[in-house]
Design a protein around this ligand. Structure first.
Ligand code: C2O
Ligand code: CU
Length: 481
């Protein structure tokens, strides 16, 4: 079948049962770990850094000895990491050298509506758009495709990258830094025998890859010293969530959530990582002797395909001893949490499905409809109710830095007690969140971050205030001939 603008890709083929699984073609923990490159600005002035990223087709080696055609930001998967200081502005020129329409969303920052990667605000082939980011939040973010109805396919083909903003307060903490501060971008894929990607959304349900990649490498092996490391973990999978745990049964220390550092570190033995969630973690290898192998495992979750090697993510091999001058302070950041009494109203959103479509309050996406209209600076409680039985929905609300009040009436997991923009609504769960609608007026989307659900049609929008800028009002420009 021809799909996605002329790329030959086997869509929906029945590869299970007779084909050799891709996870049998690559041995876990044999390939070397790597970090995505950090992008340099093309120029800078007193308050702004200017970057350029081209979306393009590339042939890359993901499985050893095989070529895989991807769509990559600058031709790589994942895309280059942008690292920025808080309040220094970034202008990123995203150039569309592909043959499909794209839209780029910076996930995790309150961007102006016309720069937010609005799903209908498409960059056509041969056009570019300068996205302006204020970098008003110090956190782990990511930029990814958000094209209307095509997000799952485009992101699966490779259009995703990390974006880190740091502030002085964070940089002054004695946390592991430099070579010990490492992105882990987790993403699952399935490959045909010749290396090409197989996109099988199982009739608009979910894409479950057989191969777990970290920073684009299948089940990598990373050599570490016997000290603390900081890992910035991001799940860019289309539909797979993970339950992270260490094979040694030791604690993982969580220091940050989607929207920055937590007030204080929290320890956990395992944690759910839904699509688009970010967690800032510390793993302490000082308790292990040289030669120890520590696996980062996926304990599996209901309604994910938990077969094959999908229970493995990567392995840390403790190979050398080093002095560790870093530490984890007991206070990381001061957050003014909202309380229920700050809210002016409660809204309810029901996540369900009908006739192969995924809906919010029985409705799909309509760019001319607005389903909530909070005023600027108002605080609201949103009740996210999952009535779709065994499905789970990590719900993303653009713009806000929210908090989870409770899940099925119980307090959120210890690792969720920070600011978030993705709220894991598991099977038969009702999650109450609270957030303030600031700093911009305008239209913003909210949706399930199972991108297959998002595309088929579990997405809507709210409008903050009145008279906001039309998100379609800054159209992309053609590339000079
Ligand atoms: Cu990460 Cu609306 O997306
Ligand atoms: Cu969903």
């Amino acid at each position: 079948a021809l799909a996605g603008g002329g790329i030959l890709l086997p869509i929906g083929i029945q590869y299970r049962g007779y084909a050799q699984r891709t996870d049998e073609r690559v041995e876990p923990f044999t390939l070397a770990f790597r970090k995505p490159p950090v992008l340099n600005p093309v120029r800078s002035d007193s308050n702004t850094d200017y970057y350029e990223i081209a979306m393009q087709i590339a042939q890359v080696e993901i499985l050893p000895g095989r070529r895989t055609q991807i769509w990559g930001y600058n031709g790589i998967f994942p895309g280059p990491t942008i690292k920025q200081r808080k309040h220094r502005q970034s202008v990123v020129r995203f150039i569309n050298n592909l043959s499909i329409n794209t839209s780029v969303h910076l996930h995790g920052m309150p961007s102006l509506p016309q720069y937010d990667g609005y799903a209908e605000d498409l960059i056509s082939p041969g056009f570019y758009k300068d996205y302006v980011y204020p970098n008003s939040v110090a956190s782990i973010m990511w930029y990814h495709d958000h094209a209307i109805g095509k997000t799952s396919f485009n992101a699966y083909m490779g259009l995703a990258g990390m974006y880190i903003v740091q502030d002085d307060e964070e940089l002054n903490l004695p946390l592991p830094s430099g070579d010990y501060d490492i992105p882990l971008i987790i993403h699952d894929k399935t490959f045909a025998a010749n290396g090409s990607l197989i996109f099988d959304d199982q009739a608009q349900h979910s894409v479950m890859g057989e191969v777990i990649t970290v920073n684009g490498v299948p089940w990598p092996r990373m050599e570490v010293a016997n000290r603390k490391y900081r890992f910035r973990v991001l799940n860019t999978s289309i539909s797979r969530s993970y339950k992270l745990a260490l094979s040694t049964g030791n604690d993982i220390t969580v220091i940050g959530t989607d929207d920055g550092l937590m007030p204080r570190p929290m320890n956990t033995k395992d944690m759910r990582l839904g699509m688009a969630e970010r967690y800032d973690l510390i793993i302490d290898f000082s308790k292990y002797s040289i030669g120890t192998q520590v696996e980062l495992q996926n304990l599996g979750l209901p309604n994910n395909d938990n077969t094959g090697n999908t229970n493995k993510i990567m392995r840390f091999d403790v190979v050398r001893s080093e002095v560790d001058n870093s530490s984890i302070p007991s206070t990381l950041r001061n957050i003014q949490f909202l309380s229920e009494s700050d809210a002016v109203r409660t809204r309810e959103f029901v996540f369900d499905r009908s006739n192969r479509m995924w809906l919010i309050n029985d409705k799909g996406w309509d760019k001319n409809r607005v389903d909530a209209n909070p005023q600027l600076e108002e605080v609201e409680i949103w009740r996210l109710r999952n009535t779709s039985g065994l499905w789970f929905h990590p719900v993303h609300v653009h713009l806000i830095e929210g908090q989870i009040l409770d899940r099925n009436g119980q307090p959120p997991f210890v690792y969720e007690r920070g600011l978030k923009d993705v709220f894991y609504v598991g099977e038969n769960e009702t999650v109450r969140i609270i957030g303030k609608f600031k700093p911009n007026i305008g239209k913003y989307m909210y949706h399930c971050h199972n991108m297959v659900h998002e595309d088929h049609d579990m997405m809507s929008q709210f409008e903050v205030g009145q008279g906001g800028i039309d998100p379609m009002s800054a159209p992309p420009k053609p590339l000079p001939a």
